[in-house]
Design a protein around this ligand. Structure first.
Ligand code: GTP
Length: 596
């Protein structure tokens, strides 16, 4: 296809602002999906089918569009919506020349949309502003058109008004894409270079790699090379999604499509990498490739220790489709054998945990998530600490923690509560802008560790659900952090160790000690529960001793009742773990580790 006739774009939208519904109308209007095959959220449904291994998810749909007597080829590229996946978002944006900024006409801009809009602007994409759902009685298109115009610096009249539901305005939108989004440019004579913006695992076909060709072309049966690793593969299939996969003879400049090489692991075909031809390789990657970097770590342990091999197998399977997931075995005195798992963020952690529990039927205990610290000890040596147990003993010269820029969008009446919350989480205010008279954007610089716990839930409850949040890593900063250990009868319980700010260490210690005092049953002897920084005790509770004589409650008489009690006690013992000489019910670990 002549690059002049190609338009590549993505849709930037907040959850529920109507991206899938608008995509449905586009598929219909361009005729790639026939009316009788049409079902709501067409592309999302394909996603479910893909998971069952039937077809390929359409990360990039090709659609023809007639405009001024010419036929154009559109590639609509899907972008992941969540901050955890910002690297993938930025690679998807790289594959486009334009972006539709889709905003619900009854809701206005949200923090997520704003973050992706800024990213799109950084990538120099042409932005087409669109208000959606104008058919809704609650729609306030004039108000939000002004908000958007103020934000991106256009006239309110330039903001398109559409309804994905009724189809109103969608044809005009497609024409605007032809007129405003620039055609792709590239060097046809140069060695082939294509950028990978997504790579998914399909049970039947192996890894399906989505690329955007920048220079030259790739052909069927050609030998290709992954530039970051030098690995070579043969192209078994090359094609475009319409949205069903359709094999072609090749892909040229500006074209977006898929490659299949028979590899089985997405790590062999990494998002951000450049594909070139083996026969005539390019010298330089399109952009420097960046390995996905886990930001949050947590220990995952099977409740039933015998399920450790099942957990390993499950993690290995998930990794086939998730290059950002990494893990290594971990042994905890309290929780037994498990894995230390690195995630891109909390959502990534939750999704992974849910899949392990649902798809693999595992019951898991996860330890409190922590960020990655850089700790320099007295000798000047620096350690990457992803687990409190790796925290160096002895004197520490410096500790650095990851810092983010957080953006909150909220109705003006909630400015006070939001600031209070951010301040209590060691935030430093960076600025505040009114998007309109009623809505403000508040910016804070904050330690990532303060956001990964229950920040978002807290924010939601303080703002009656109106706040939206986004953040972006900006680097590391020194902080006065310490490791707090929890001791039972003088023995450290590794699963409860945490790295906290010095000012919060006492609170953490007191809270854990009193939780455990309530959760651990009395023993034959007194058990001190202590919290300590190094050898210094900062909190202490006592679990008082009892004589564990369950039979003394049954005065003589009923022998079968006595037997039952003894049986019950034996059952309970099985679920006990020993910490030194102290018996701790497994429930106590689970409850103490779950955030309340
Ligand atoms: P996610 O996939 O969850 O990110 O949502 P989305 O942005 O793809 O939104 P989706 O298309 O699923 O629409 C969200 C809800 O808004 C659905 O209940 C749609 O029926 C509704 N909706 C979408 N577009 C319109 C519209 O133009 N008018 C009206 N009235 N409702 C719409």
């Amino acid at each position: 296809t002549d690059p002049e006739m190609i338009r590549n774009f993505c849709i930037i939208a907040h959850i529920d602002h109507g991206k899938s519904t608008l995509a449905d109308r586009m598929l219909q209007l361009t005729g790639v999906v026939q009316p009788r095959q049409m079902k709501a959220q067409y592309l999302d449904r394909m996603d479910i089918e893909r998971e069952r291994g039937i077809t390929i998810k359409s990360q990039a749909v090709r659609m023809p569009w007639e405009h001024a007597e010419d036929t154009y080829a559109f590639h609509m590229i899907d972008t992941p919506g969540h901050v955890d996946f910002s690297y993938e978002v930025s690679r998807s944006l790289d594959a486009c020349e334009g972006a539709l900024l889709l905003v619900d006409a009854a809701q206005g801009i949200e923090a997520q949309t704003l973050a992706n809009l800024y990213l799109a602007m950084e990538h120099d994409l042409v932005i087409i502003p669109v208000l959606n759902k104008i058919d809704l009685p609650a729609a306030m298109p004039d108000k939000y058109a002004a908000e958007i115009a103020g934000l991106i610096g256009c006239e309110p009249e330039e903001v398109l008004r559409v309804s994905g539901k009724t189809g109103e305005g969608v044809e005009e939108l497609l024409d605007r894409i032809v007129e405003e989004v620039p055609a792709p440019e590239g060097d046809a004579e140069a060695p082939a270079r294509a950028m990978i913006f997504d790579s998914v695992y399909d049970t039947y076909r192996g890894v399906v790699t989505f690329v955007r060709v920048v220079d030259g072309s790739l052909g069927h049966r050609e030998k290709i090379r992954m530039m970051s690793t030098g690995a070579t593969h043969e192209l078994l299939e090359i094609g475009v999604s319409q949205p069903e996969p359709k094999p072609t003879q090749g892909l040229g400049i500006g074209e977006v499509g898929y490659l299949i090489t028979g590899v089985k692991d997405v790590r062999q075909s990494k998002v951000g990498d450049t594909v070139t031809s083996q026969a005539r390789p390019a010298d330089e990657l399109i952009r420097g490739y960046q390995e996905p970097r886990p930001m949050v770590f947590s220990g995952l342990f099977p409740i039933d220790g015998s399920e450790f091999p099942v957990l390993r197998e499950a993690l290995e399977k998930l990794q086939l489709n998730d290059a950002a997931l990494n893990f290594e075995p971990e042994t905890s005195t309290a929780l037994g054998f498990g894995f230390r798992v690195g995630f891109l963020g909390l959502l990534h952690l939750e999704i992974t945990r849910e899949r392990l529990e649902q798809e693999y039927n595992l019951e898991l205990i996860s330890t409190a998530p922590n960020v990655v610290y850089e700790v320099t000890d007295e000798s000047g040596e620096t350690h990457q600490v992803t687990n409190p147990s790796e925290f160096p003993e002895g004197k520490i010269a410096d500790i650095r923690e990851p810092i983010v820029d957080a953006t909150v969008i909220v109705p003006a009446e909630f400015i006070g509560p939001v600031m209070e919350l951010c301040q209590s989480r060691r935030g430093a205010m960076q600025g505040m802008d009114y998007l309109s008279e009623e809505r403000v954007e508040i910016r804070y610089s904050m330690p990532l560790a303060e956001i990964v716990f229950d920040f978002f839930d807290n924010l939601k409850s303080r703002t009656k659900g109106y706040a939206s949040l986004n953040w972006q890593g900006t680097g590391e900063q020194s902080a006065d952090l310490v490791k707090v250990d929890i001791l039972l009868q003088g023995d450290k319980v590794d699963a409860f160790s945490a790295i906290t700010h010095r000012d919060q260490a006492y609170d953490y210690g007191v809270k854990m000690a009193s939780k455990l005092k309530d959760l651990i049953p009395r023993q034959q002897f007194e058990v001190p529960v202590q919290a300590a920084i190094g050898s210094r005790i900062i909190a202490r509770e006592n679990i008082r001793a009892i004589r564990k004589d369950v039979l003394s409650k049954c005065y003589g008489g009923d022998i079968s009742r006595k037997r039952k009690l003894l049986e019950k006690q034996k059952e309970g013992k099985k679920r006990m773990k020993m910490v030194g000489t102290v018996e701790v019910p497994q429930e106590a670990f689970i409850t103490a580790l779950s955030s309340e």
